[in-house]
Design a binder for this molecule. Structure first.
Ligand SMILES: O=P(O)(O)OC[C@H]1O[C@H](OP(=O)(O)OP(=O)(O)O)[C@H](O)[C@@H]1O
Ligand code: HPA
Length: 182
C-alpha cells in the first residue's frame, strides 16, 4: 500500500489519459446504450469489487429502469501491476438463475477476470451475461471476452483513477491517469 507521500508522488508524475469531464460524458453515453439494450429486462447489476465500485455507482444513478444490485469480488492483481491467478473473495448473494446479468467493472485488460466471472455466472444459470467496463485497454491481446459496453479506451499502460488503483492508491480520482514509465 502506497503511503500518502508515495501516492502524491505517483499522481504528480502520472500522465492524464481522460479528464473527469471526458469520463463523465462517456458514462452518460454508456448508460444510454445500456438503457436501450437492457431497460426492459429487469437486470441484476453486479459490481466487481473493488475496482468496479466508482463506475458501478455512477452508472447506476443514470439508469432510469428497474434493476437489482449486488456485488462479487474476484481479484488477480492485488496491489501489483501484473496479474496473477484469480482469487474469488465473495460470490454474489443474489441468485443469478434465469436472470439477465450486467457485470460492471473498471477495466478489461487481459480479460482473464471478466472471462472467469462470465463463465461462472453462466454455469450458475444466468440467462444472459453482459459486461460493462469503464475502460478497455488497447493492448493488442486476443482477449477471451469482449465488453458489451465500454465507456473509454485506454492505452497499453498501467492506468489508475476512476476505481483503478496504483499500488493501492487513487481509486477515488474522477479522471484516469497513466503511471509514468519507470
Ligand atoms: O482483464 P484482467 O487482466 O483480468 O484485469 C482486469 C481486472 O483487474 C482488476 O482487478 P484486481 O485484480 O486489481 O482487483 P481489485 O479490483 O480488487 O483491485 C480490475 O478491477 C479487473 O477486475
Ligand atoms: O492498468 C490497470 N490499472 C489498474 N488496475 C488494473 N487491473 C488490470 N489492469 C489494470
Amino acid at each position: 500500500m502506497a503511503t500518502r507521500e508515495e501516492a502524491l508522488a505517483l499522481l504528480a508524475r502520472g500522465e492524464l489519459v481522460h479528464s473527469a469531464e471526458t469520463v463523465s460524458a462517456a458514462v452518460d453515453r454508456v448508460a444510454a446504450e445500456i438503457t436501450a439494450r437492457l431497460g426492459e429486462s429487469n437486470p441484476l447489476i453486479l459490481c466487481v469489487m473493488t475496482g468496479g465500485v466508482v463506475f458501478a455507482g455512477q452508472l447506476m444513478a443514470r439508469l432510469p429502469f428497474p434493476a437489482d444490485f449486488d456485488y462479487l469480488h474476484a481479484t488477480r492483481y492485488g496491489q501489483d501491476t501484473a496479474g496473477g491467478a484469480l482469487s474469488w473473495r465473495a460470490a454474489p448473494w443474489t441468485s443469478v438463475k434465469d436472470r439477465t446479468v450486467l457485470v460492471v467493472d473498471d477495466i478489461l485488460d487481459e480479460g482473464v477476470t471478466l472471462a472467469a466471472i462470465k463463465d461462472r455466472l453462466l454455469h450458475q444459470g444466468a440467462k444472459a451475461v453482459y459486461l460493462a467496463v469503464a475502460t478497455d485497454k488497447e493492448n493488442g491481446k486476443n482477449k477471451p471476452v469482449t465488453a458489451d459496453f465500454a465507456a473509454l479506451k485506454v492505452p497499453d499502460r498501467f492506468v489508475f483513477g476512476y476505481g483503478m488503483d496504483a499500488y493501492g492508491a487513487w481509486r477515488n480520482l474522477p479522471a484516469i491517469y497513466a503511471l509514468k514509465d519507470e
